[in-house]
Write a protein that binds this ligand. Structure first.
Ligand code: PBG
Length: 329
């Protein structure tokens, strides 16, 4: 630490005196290039359904997808993350719909690549939870989530999404060993340029509630995800997860949820040299929106929350606010 002087020679407020000086000395900022916009998909035509407890966030049918994509491109948001709402009748114990090349996500990828080429990146979750009738990210047997058997399906899901044109494969399932296996199999199928954003640090969190409703897994989840998602009491474990995934070939790592885990982002930033993506999850979004709606806080709180990720060391943020905050920047 360098001490530069003391009062009255030193007055910290001099550097805060006006807007221009504050801008001049600011240490962090945010632009649209720092944002990833999640998009929820729904089957059907002409649908734009607002999601319960997530005012301003919608599920789009494919023929309405252009409305949100055009907006994202105009705002220079680099990447969208696709999440499907899967109808009950398509769910089964093995999550078979994940491997259907005409599932909602696959059709959306093809649509975006055909109409938008490389104007915007496409990122897709790799996990079975939108497709299983028990709501878990992997195969369930005798009340246990099978690791290696699940990996076999995740590999196929990844290769399928890559073959449709997905740019960033984002395994969010938390199985052991999946990053290395997915990398190996992407390369084997000549998708060596497809990136992997590993959800390396994903906590078993109570902040995912509105998302589970958005993708139609609310109410069907049997038990919890604590045998594969991380215990929020731990942080050394987060470093181990990141180091493993880097060795296995991850191009970027995710920390999720966001605001309660800024210490984890900061720790990873110190220890590793890899892009870190923070996920401001659905529960965080709902809380902030609720505060704004009820006039408890104002909209500037959104920017404050996003800057906190940058300050902690995140390179980018997945946030449901991405398409509506640029007016405040
Ligand atoms: C599923 C997945 C979840 C989220 C992203 N991918 C939920 C979960 O693990 O249950 C949560 C995102 C959010 O809450 O915004 N693998």
């Amino acid at each position: 630490m360098i001490i530069t002087g003391k009062y009255p020679n030193l007055r910290m407020r001099r550097n805060r005196r006006t807007d221009w000086i504050r801008r001049l000395v600011e240490e962090n900022n945010i632009t649209s290039s720092d944002l990833i916009l999640p998009i929820f998909l729904v089957e059907g035509k002409n649908k734009k359904q607002e999601i319960t407890n997530m005012p301003g966030v919608y599920r789009y049918s494919l023929n309405k997808l252009h409305t949100i994509l055009d907006k994202a491109i105009k705002l220079k948001i680099p990447t969208v993350a696709l999440f499907p709402y899967t109808e009950k009748k398509l769910k089964d114990a093995k999550g078979s719909e994940a491997l259907n090349e005409n599932n909602l996500v696959c059709r959306a990828i093809r649509y975006i690549k055909k109409n938008y080429k490389d104007q915007i990146g496409i990122m897709c979750d790799v996990a079975l939870d939108p497709y299983t009738n028990h709501g878990h990210d992997g195969l369930l047997k005798n009340n246990k989530i099978l690791n290696d058997e699940t990996n076999e399906i995740l590999i196929k899901q990844s290769v399928l999404q890559a073959s449709m044109g997905c740019d960033i494969i984002a395994p969010s399932d938390m199985m052991d060993g999946r990053i290395g296996l997915i990398r190996k199999n992407l390369d084997k199928h000549r998708y060596q340029d497809v990136q992997i954003l590993s959800y390396a640090v994903k906590y078993a969190s109570s902040f995912y509630g509105p998302f589970r409703n958005a993708v139609g897994t609310k109410g069907i989840l049997k038990g919890d995800k604590k045998t594969y998602q991380m215990d929020f009491k731990n942080k050394n474990e987060a470093l181990r997860e990141v180091s493993i995934d880097i060795k296995e070939g991850a191009d970027m790592v995710m920390v999720k949820p966001g605001m309660p885990y800024l210490d984890i982002i900061s720790l990873i930033k110190k220890q590793f040299q890899i892009p870190i993506i923070a996920y401001q999850v659905s529960g965080e979004y709902s809380l902030i929106m609720n505060g704004i709606k009820r006039n408890i806080i104002n909209e500037k709180a959104i920017i404050e929350s996003l800057i906190s990720f940058k300050r902690a060391g995140a390179n980018a943020i997945v946030t449901y606010f991405a398409d509506r905050i640029l007016k405040y920047l």
